[in-house]
Ligand binder design. Structure first.
Ligand code: ARG
Length: 461
């Protein structure tokens, strides 16, 4: 079948379903620009080695730009059952536009195996710049929100049980810390994406000694991928991106979960803006945090794409195998999903309404039991003992249906003679928080230090 690029040795046609099963154009067409960018550079490299003359190069460059233009203006007409993937589609159209005599020279020494690897890297490199910007914006929004609300205290929870008082800012910056690490990981993995895999042939290398350093410069890659067999089958950059996306999604899902809980009436600490909420078709009073639920839910989707693709990659023999085509869809979808989720989460936080009085009202004096123990430590009682004494105080208050700050000094002294008048100073949430101002703690100066670190990393916000 001579209409197919690889049809030379074939007599019989393909099974109807096999045609659809095999074609990747429905999803890899988004790579049209990367594919043409690679071809423009490749044509120039061919001309350098005398494989195209000046006129042929000019025609090919002109034709490729025409094809690009058709994609960009929505005029590209896909030929069903012929355009198998983005590479064949672009080449077929190029040959129609400038004639197969010249157009047919573009693929000299080149394989689609190196093309898809190169296209994915070019495409992803651009996408990751957008993701980086989105993540930086998310961090800035967290920092601004934290700065504005540095005065407000809320209960900190472990096991979802009230634990110790925290600054709201400290809670928010906990999530920002995870996202900052995601940003760092993203910056690291981009170096491995940014490597030239063009000019390696199907698996054994380019037979015309094309200047790969020239290709690297043309396509602005950081490095030249050093092994042709590895180059055509390396989807580690896909795996790494999916792993990165999974972890980032997990972090966003944890932030989402906290906010979903905190926005329920039982807590009432925060309220989502209408822009990020939806209503119920049945219950008129409802305002649901669908934005955050979708973020939480989509974490499962990305995690699935990551594990699914790793399973595909596992045990593949060396060099190119068609299984590798299965890298494209999870990559495209995960990158889109994580980008949307970062942007949505950023919007939710930027527009989040905070209710400091509600947070404050949720603080209960028993959350200062640890502070009571620490008070006794300062009086010279060993910590193990103080923990017991403070526990006994909580128990007594519970039995008397009151709170620990309402017990009389006499009652306290019965439990431990170390209690003195100054115990009353312990029952103060602000003081409790401020005692924890060593680096990493919830005290104001520590929160300010965290904001400084973010500022160093992100610039002013
Ligand atoms: N469309 C393929 C992919 O996404 C690239 C084509 C290579 N195909 C081949 N039969 N060698 O991986």
């Amino acid at each position: 079948d001579s209409t197919l690029l690889w049809g030379g040795r074939f007599e019989g046609g393909m099974d109807e379903l096999m045609v659809i099963f095999n074609e990747s154009l429905p999803f890899d067409k988004v790579l049209y620009k990367a594919d043409i960018t690679g071809s423009l550079a490749y044509a120039k490299a061919l001309q350098q080695k005398g494989l195209l003359n000046e006129n042929e190069l000019e025609q090919i460059l002109f034709g490729l730009k025409e094809v690009l233009n058709e994609w960009e203006t929505g005029k590209f007409v896909i030929k069903q059952a012929v355009d198998e993937d983005i590479h064949t589609a672009n080449e077929r159209r190029l040959c129609e536009l400038i004639g197969a005599e010249i157009g047919g020279k573009l693929h000299t020494g080149r394989s689609r195996n190196e093309q898809i690897a190169t296209d994915l890297r070019l495409w992803l490199r651009d996408q990751l710049k957008d993701v980086t910007k989105a993540l930086e914006d998310a961090l800035k929004v967290c920092a601004v929100k934290a700065k504005e609300n540095i005065d407000h205290l809320m209960p900190g929870y472990t096991h979802l049980q009230r634990a110790q008082p925290l600054r709201f800012s400290h809670w928010l910056l906990a999530h920002a810390t995870y996202l900052l690490h995601d940003l760092e990981r993203l910056q690291e993995l981009q170096h491995r994406v940014n490597s030239l895999t063009l000019g390696v042939g199907a698996l054994a290398g380019n037979p015309f000694r094309l200047d790969r350093e020239f290709l690297r410069k043309e396509l602005e890659f950081e490095t030249i991928y050093p092994n042709s067999v590895a180059a055509v089958a390396d989807r580690d950059f896909v795996a790494e991106t999916l792993q990165w996306a999974s972890l980032t999604m997990i972090h966003l899902s944890r932030l989402a979960e906290d906010l979903i809980i905190y926005s329920s009436a039982e807590y009432g600490f925060v309220k989502l803006a209408d822009a990020y909420s939806t209503g119920s078709s049945l219950m008129p009073q409802k305002k649901n945090p669908d934005s955050l639920e979708l973020v939480r839910g989509k974490a499962g989707r990305v995690l699935g794409q990551m594990t699914g693709f790793l399973a595909t990659l596992k045990s593949l023999p060396s060099a190119y195998n068609k299984d590798l085509q299965e890298s494209v869809e999870p990559l495209l979808d995960s990158v889109k999903t994580v980008t949307h989720c970062i942007k949505i989460s950023t919007g939710v936080i930027a527009t989040l309404k905070i209710f400091p009085a509600k947070m404050r009202a949720a603080l209960t004096v028993d959350m200062l039991a640890t502070d009571v123990a620490e008070y006794l430590v300062k009086k010279g009682v060993p910590f193990r003992e103080t923990h017991h004494i403070a526990g006994a105080l909580v128990k007594l208050a519970e039995d008397k249906d009151t709170s620990i700050d309402k017990l009389s000094l006499e009652e306290m002294k019965k439990i431990s003679p170390a209690f003195a008048e100054d115990i009353t100073k312990v029952f103060d949430f602000e003081e409790s928080v401020e005692r924890r101002s060593s680096e990493g703690g919830t005290g104001r100066s520590s929160v300010e230090r965290q904001l400084e670190l973010l500022q160093q990393k992100l610039g002013n916000f």
